[in-house]
Design a protein around this ligand. Sequence first.
Ligand code: SF4
Ligand code: SF4
Length: 116
Amino acid sequence: MVKAIILCCNNIRDRFCIGCERCLTAARERKGEFEKFDKVDIVGIVSCGGCPGYIVPRLKLFNKWIDGFDDYDVVFIGNCIKAAINLGGCPLDLDKIVENVKKLTGKEVIVGTHPW
Ligand code: SF4
Ligand code: SF4
């Protein structure tokens, strides 16, 4: 079992992707990018905080927030962030996000989430 967080697009979460139901279902049923793990426990869904995207500061804040309560092994970059970058004029650079999140957390980073 791994504990994981999902990084998401503040513009898409709960506007187009209501309640993050797709990622939560995929994680629970081990579909899409979650399939390689025998069990995935999502301990947080952390948004970028809005354009132009504050992934690293938000992640630092989240790490403080869960300190002493919980922890995580894997960071998933949500499909919403991929869609925002590829189709929505998002100013973030996906490769840089992966690099910076790895540098900050030292944890496994997986790009993509649910299969739908
Ligand atoms: S792709 Fe996943 S994390 Fe992103 S908004 Fe949709 S359900 Fe939430
Ligand atoms: S478009 Fe990019 S920077 Fe803007 S809210 Fe979405 S992920 Fe964040």
